[in-house]
Structure formats: C-alpha cells, structure tokens
Design a protein around this ligand. Structure first.
Ligand code: PEP
Ligand code: MG
Length: 325
C-alpha cells in the first residue's frame, strides 16, 4: 500500500472524467512541514497556529510567532499556506492563560471570540503573520466565526496592523487573502454576506457536524451517533459549496472528512475541488480520486438526496457506488 501511494505521489489528482482536485495538508508545527514535499501536496490548507501556543510554557512573543511563521513559509517554498488564527478554548487549553469555568466549553469563550475580546492577542498574531510574509502572499483564516460582524471586526484588526506596518516602514506581503472557517451552522444562513466579504471559506467539518447535530465530537457515546454522510450533513455541505460558487468564493474543506476516502469522495461529488487533510491521508485520497467518475457520482448523490432523505446515512449507498465505480 505505502509503496503504491509513493508511486502515485507525482501523478496529478485528476478523476477519470478529468476533474482536478487540489489536495493540501493540515499542519501545526515545523516538524509537519517536510510532509509537503513527501506528499507532493499543493500547500498547507490549514496551519493550526495554536499548536505553538500549546507546547509553550508562556505566551509566545510576537517575534517568536513571527520566527515560526517565517520558517513555515520558507519550508513551504512558495506553496500556499493558510494560517488559522488562534483556536483556543473549548478543548484546547493554554496552561498559562486564565481559566474560566464554563458549563459548555465547546459553546463558550473560544477561538475568534477570545481574539475579538482580547484584541492585543489577535493583533500580536496578525502582526507576526504580516511581518513574516513580507514580499509574498499571506492567507489568514478565522476559526469559529458565527456572524458576519465578527469577521468584519477581525478584518478591521488586520487593516489596523497593515497600517502599523506601513507607518513603521516594514515591508508588507504582496497580497493578503482573508478567509472564514465555516464551523458554526449560523453561517449557513449568512453565506451570501460572508462570501461577499471573504476571499475564501474553509469548512471545519469536525466542528460543523458537532454543532449541526448537537453532538460533542469528544464524547464517544454521542460522537458516532450522527453521520456526516447523512442527508442532513450532505445537504448542509452541498448548500455551502453551491452558494459559494454562485458568489464566486472558493470553498474547500479542512476538517477530517476530507482525509477519509469515502467522505472525500462524497465531498467531491457535492462539488468541492479542494481538500486539506492529514498528510497520511493524501495517498489514499488520491488513489480514490484516480478511480472516480465524478459525473456519475454527482448524479447518484443528487438522486439519493432527493429520494432517500429520511435514511439515517447514505454511507452504504456511497460504499456501493465506490465498489461498482
Ligand atoms: C474542524 O473543526 O473541522 C477543524 C478543521 O478545526 P479543528 O479540528 O482544529 O477544530
Ligand atoms: Mg474546528
């Protein structure tokens, strides 16, 4: 198997009917970066910046953050890297930060909510990113956004930091693309407005499914109870990609779904053309893509979603398609 995946390394990820799918990797530390070359992935679709904060003993300074981002960009060697701003709180606790006791941490003070309430922290990170990307393209996305206004406020912080760089004569990135993670179901009903404001959206399917089905992703008793490959899950994902396309906004997936071949297949069938996944998943997902007939799959999926809307899961249906395809 490993040998087979190695042989696929240099083949483009194109389906049998000629549809190209862009495969990227998820990363979080500098040790993850060599996987980019090993897998021949197109870039880093999700760089989880909180990892540096989680392994540190105190809050990393702006220059420490900048040093890491510079190293990441150097190792990426021109390939695009999408940095996600700090996604802490919920299950990701920083030992040196004030702990607030919360009844429901997953629904609590976390991610962009902390960033907007403690703008010094977010500004320090954005400044580090802008400085690190001097002269090249910078991509930043914000986690756990629930309203358009939160994204606008995050954008305003980036604007302030760009002005800071200019005022002090620092070189700036050649371009800055700002994106929103779709993880909170409320965004499904603000897609038009989000797409108007964002350069791209990236679906955090782990959190999106957790909140869509109100089932804690860390709680084994309930986590397996609902399937992202259920009609509700698939319709939500289809709604996002369809509307994003209408509004000319790129929509990709960076949650774990994108790295599981059958789920990745479903995503491609729904219209996604960009997936970011753990490095070890690139080989298996590419092997699936090379065998896939997307036209036939989209037809099958659309029909199943029309006629089998009350089944619990379309997993078996998709497995049959994959076996016959
Ligand atoms: C997600 O929620 O799908 C995601 C990519 O973010 P994380 O797993 O880091 O919460
Ligand atoms: Mg998430």
């Amino acid at each position: 198997r490993q040998e087979q995946y190695r042989r696929l390394r240099d083949l483009p990820a194109v389906t049998r009917d000629g549809v190209a799918v862009s495969l990227s990797i998820n990363a979080g530390l500098i040790v993850d970066m060599p996987h980019l070359t090993e897998t021949a992935a197109e870039g880093v679709g999700l760089f989880r910046t909180e990892l540096q904060f989680m392994v540190a003993e105190r809050l990393p300074s702006t220059s420490e953050q900048q040093a890491l981002y510079e190293q990441v960009l150097a190792e990426a060697n021109g390939a695009p890297v999408t940095f996600r701003t700090l996604d802490i709180g919920g299950d990701k606790i920083l030992p040196y930060m004030e702990i607030t006791d919360e009844e429901n941490p997953a629904l609590g003070w976390r991610a962009i909510r902390i960033g907007l309430d403690r703008p010094a922290l977010l500004r320090s990170q954005v400044r580090a990113l802008l400085k690190a990307a001097a002269g090249r393209e910078l991509r930043i996305m914000f986690p756990m956004v629930a309203t358009v206004d939160e994204f606008l406020r995050a954008k305003a912080i980036v604007g302030k930091e760009k002005a800071y760089l200019k005022r002090h004569g620092y070189p700036k990135p050649s371009a800055v693309a700002l994106g929103v993670m779709i993880e909170v179901p409320s965004l499904l009903f603000q897609l038009e407005e989000i797409c108007r404001e964002a350069d791209f959206v990236s679906i955090g399917s782990n959190d999106l499914m957790q909140f869509l089905f109100a089932a804690d992703r860390e709680n084994r008793q309930v986590a397996g109870r609902f399937d992202p490959l259920s009609p509700a899950g698939l319709r939500a994902l289809r709604m996002i990609v369809t509307q994003a396309r209408q509004h000319e906004c790129s929509a990709t997936v960076c949650g774990e779904m994108g790295g599981r071949p059958l789920e990745a297949m479903a995503l491609i069938g729904l219209g996604y053309r960009g997936l970011s996944m753990p490095p070890a998943a690139v080989g298996p997902v590419k092997a699936m893509i090379l065998e896939l007939d997307v036209g036939a799959l989209t037809k099958t999926l659309d029909e199943a979603l029309r006629k089998e809307g009350s089944v619990t899961s379309l997993r078996a249906r998709l497995e049959t398609f994959a076996a016959d395809n």
